[in-house]
Design a protein around this ligand. Structure first.
Ligand SMILES: Cc1cc2nc3c(=O)[nH]c(=O)nc-3n(C[C@H](O)[C@H](O)[C@H](O)COP(=O)(O)OP(=O)(O)OC[C@H]3O[C@@H](n4cnc5c(N)ncnc54)[C@H](O)[C@@H]3O)c2cc1C
Length: 515
């Protein structure tokens, strides 16, 4: 007999996993199917910021920015291991231009034509004032002005940049965020299936009949409600899997990043404005590197085919070099990645201008269906609550919103507790180096000792795969975090791919295949 669930979720990105966790915590029986690895698509390819999105203010997206700003501290408190506050340095330059398509630039062009498309200093300060006050802040410090000469922040920049604003947002390990939501959903009773592709979903009487394929085996399950959180494939699922025609479409907008050796000797990020009106970030990354991105290009074809093109790489290099004292070159690029934003198609003229807000589309023409369009990593928790508000009439008597203030696995410690936790871990396991302990706390928080167990020495943790990845950690990732291949481990559960060579990666794959 087919297993029967209250809710079936298609897609193990941040939105699917967030919805599964939220619903499981309300006592619903939930099943989630992800056709690849959790977070294997867009949700591991983001810029990795919990942010309000300063640039969206120019598009008058005040609602999106306010909600996202308010979320930052809620999320930070729930996961102080995988997210942390970050300061952003925004160097001022009179050469930088507006994107002429933004409502702000059109308005300014009409009332102050002499500015000729320039984004004036006072407008940026006004934007940052709104950014500081729209969403409420308790933990994150507000904006301040920096005189760059003689400062570490100024040292990486060309001498012509003398003044900057510095403001707050937060960093998040996006792929780990997905997995922790899935784990928490499972701990609350959800069934999480990876490498499980949903190939058909049909309404049969009062429920959905869903067919999935897992490791070549087909399985049929039933559910009262269906959530389509397939990200870039949301429209393919509506048409190909559910067999419906829909007027709602998704706009696929590719964004690519490059990683280079670190460009600055401090832990702040740069917010860089371009002459083309776009902005990019240069963010301290994995201790020794800087992450630079992103691009915005309409993407045609399958989302899996998204790669950082040579053109995008060169664009990012040239953009950053408008600011950097020591220019970066193609030879500096150690890694690139690319993802596809599944944006709701609002008919905007350019990819940059397309709305970043989400649209939840409810179909009650039979057993309920909820299609998810768009959304940010930052708004995933709120999106899950809003999804529940849409679904709740079909599940009367469940309790109210609960996820704000509830820690994700390993995140049950204070926001400023990482240093102490790292020290405690080293005291208990003296064989750990500082970097190793810090990496474990940043990945697993208070759960790190569960991996290390009773180990007295590194040898007790089994095989050493390099870059401090041991057999004990690998087994944890396989048994508790759904990892099946080396790629899952080195590019999503961690970023150890930046430090491991091809032979070491092959050894991890071989070990995982045998285990
Ligand atoms: C370049 C870039 C930078 C970004 N930066 C930020 C940022 O800094 N901050 C921020 O808040 N947001 C950012 N975003 C936005 C954010 O990453 C996305 O909105 C979010 O990850 C979308 O999550 P999702 O779960 O909807 O989609 P996905 O993560 O793509 O998940 C959808 C999943 O559905 C699965 N799936 C599809 N079809 C099926 C099927 N038939 N059966 C089973 N599974 C299926 C896919 O395999 C996929 O894993 C960025 C996005 C991009 C591309």
């Amino acid at each position: 007999m087919a297993a029967h669930y209250d809710l079936f979720v298609i897609g193990g990105g941040i939105n699917g996993c967030g919805i599964a966790r939220d619903a499981a915590g309300r006592g619903l029986s939930v099943c989630l199917a992800e056709m690849g690895d959790l977070g294997g698509a867009t949700s591991s390819a983001s810029t990795k910021l919990f942010h309000g999105g300063l640039r969206y203010l120019e598009f008058f997206e005040f609602g999106l920015v306010r909600h996202a700003l308010a979320e930052r501290e809620i999320l930070l408190r729930a996961m102080p291991h995988i997210s942390w506050p970050m300061r952003f340095v925004l160097p001022l330059s009179p050469e930088m231009r507006f994107d002429s398509a933004t409502p702000t630039s059109r308005l300014l062009g009409a009332v102050m034509p002499w500015l000729k498309g320039r984004r004036p200093d006072w407008l940026i300060r006004l934007g940052l004032f709104l950014y500081d006050h729209l969403g409420g802040r308790k933990i994150l410090p507000g904006t301040k002005t920096l005189q760059l000469p003689g400062t570490p922040e100024g040292a990486a920049l060309q001498d012509r940049f003398t003044k900057a604003y510095e403001y707050s947002d937060c960093w998040v390990e996006d792929a780990r965020l997905v997995v922790l939501n899935a784990r928490d959903a499972e701990a609350r009773g959800a069934r999480i299936l990876t490498r499980a592709k949903v190939i058909a979903a049909r309404r049969v009487g009062d429920h959905w009949q869903i067919t999935l394929e897992r490791d070549g085996i087909s399985e049929m399950v039933e559910a009262r409600a269906l959530v389509n959180a397939a990200g870039p494939w949301v429209a393919d699922v509506v048409q190909g899997v559910i067999g419906q025609n829909s007027r709602e479409t998704v706009r696929l907008v590719r964004g690519s990043h490059i990683v280079v050796p670190r460009i600055a000797e401090h832990d702040k990020a740069y917010f860089l404005q371009g002459r083309d009106g776009r902005i990019i970030f240069a963010i301290p990354y994995e201790t020794n590197f800087t992450l630079i991105g992103t691009t915005d290009a309409d993407h045609h074809g399958d989302a899996h085919s998204a790669v950082c093109t040579d053109g995008e790489r060169d664009y990012l290099i040239a953009f950053a070099n408008q600011y950097l004292k020591v220019p970066i070159t193609q030879a500096d690029v150690v890694w690139t990645y690319s993802g596809v934003r599944p944006l709701y198609d609002d008919g905007a003229a350019s990819a940059t201008a397309a709305t970043r807000d989400y649209v939840l589309s409810l179909d009650e023409s039979g057993p309920v269906l909820l299609n998810i369009f768009g959304g940010k990593i930052t708004t995933y928790r709120k999106l899950a609550e809003d999804a529940w508000d849409k679904l709740s009439p079909h599940f009367p008597g469940r309790h109210g919103h609960w996820t704000a203030g509830v820690a994700l696995p390993g995140g049950d410690f204070p926001v400023d507790g990482v240093v102490r936790l790292t020290g405690d871990l080293r005291a208990r396991y003296p064989f750990l180096t500082q970097n190793w302990a810090a990496r474990l706390i940043r990945a697993y928080g208070t759960e790190a000792p569960l991996i290390l167990g009773e180990a007295q020495s590194a040898a007790d943790l089994g095989r050493d795969f390099g870059a401090s990845l041991t057999e004990a950690e690998l087994r944890w990732l396989m048994t508790c975090e759904y990892a099946r291949t080396a790629e899952d481990v080195i590019w999503r559960r961690s970023k150890l791919g930046l430090r491991l060579g091809p032979e070491q990666i092959a050894e991890i794959d071989a070990f995982m295949a045998m285990a």
